[in-house]
Design a protein around this ligand. Sequence first.
Ligand code: PMP
Length: 364
Amino acid sequence: AAKLANAATAALRAYDPGHDLPALRARFGAQIAELGSNENPLGPSPFALDAMRAALPESFRYPDPRGASLKAALARHLGVAEDRIALGNGSHELLILLAQCFADPAHSVVFSQYGFAVFPIATAVAGAQPIRVPALPREHASAPFGHDLDAIAAAIRADTRLVYLANPNNPTGTWFGDIELERFVARVPENVLVVVDEAYCEYVDVAGLTSALRLAHRHPNLIVTRTFSKAYALAGLRIGYLLAHPSVVAVLERLRESFNVNNVALAGAEAALTDHGHLDRAREFNTGERTWLADALAKRGYACLPSQTNFLLVDLGRDAAELERHLFERGVIVRPMGGYGLAQTLRISVGSRAENQRLLDALP
Ligand code: PMP
């Protein structure tokens, strides 16, 4: 148990904000720039806010344990059957639950060196053996520090039960295309579950990358996780979902906590799905603002890696801890990536124009 706790704590350090946010908010008030957690600065859809307000008086009742209404809405939205959908307390819960359900200490779990921090945590929670596959090199033309799908396929062993991929990935911002994924999945044995974490998929605006969902009907071992935390701007509600073969969903449904998603989250997420205009505005704002911020940073000598997400990974070429501290003292929160082994980088979320300007003003 102690070994497990240590492994999980080490992994958690990479995920935890590590700051006393309420204290910083009190100190800087409106002058704070919260660019550390990849949140959507536009905030939730007004449709979602109305639905959440309407749901509040019902909070004395337990929520619908099946989340039937949201599942039906998601099924319509995505064109999949309801028995392929599971809901979670954030996609974080689903990523952990997958390892708990399908891996144990006799198994290994494969993920990329700079893959999302929850992958090693989920592996540790299940007590399974982590196989961390070296990332693509910094010099790689399109995906510096990104997933090396060939190396990941080659790392799969007879005892492997799960592979975690994130597309696009946090913290690198990198992505791989539909064709690369298709080739990868064709190489993976059918008894290995391939989890594609698409937390940032709504922000993607590059040719050749749609969603792993396209492949799911041909590959029953493919699982896609998504969230309402990013482009839908509902991070505080803690709600995500996954799409998988009904036999996988059936296992998760039996082992999850019965009321893992609360009534306000169910109502807010369902209403958010109907507000296409809000989502389009979030996407357009993010693409424009990310380009503006990357250009402004580059002009000051801060090189950003390519990103299809709502954040930028800045490569300083020297240890980043001092700059993070400097910004923190000025009310600008960014995330150092030392916990990932990327000590020369800072991850900066695309904030509102005012927040981004505050960041630029606070740079040395
Ligand atoms: N996957 C990735 C790649 C993420 O960056 C995050 C959030 N940082 C999540 C999953 C988890 O999001 P949530 O639990 O809020 O759905």
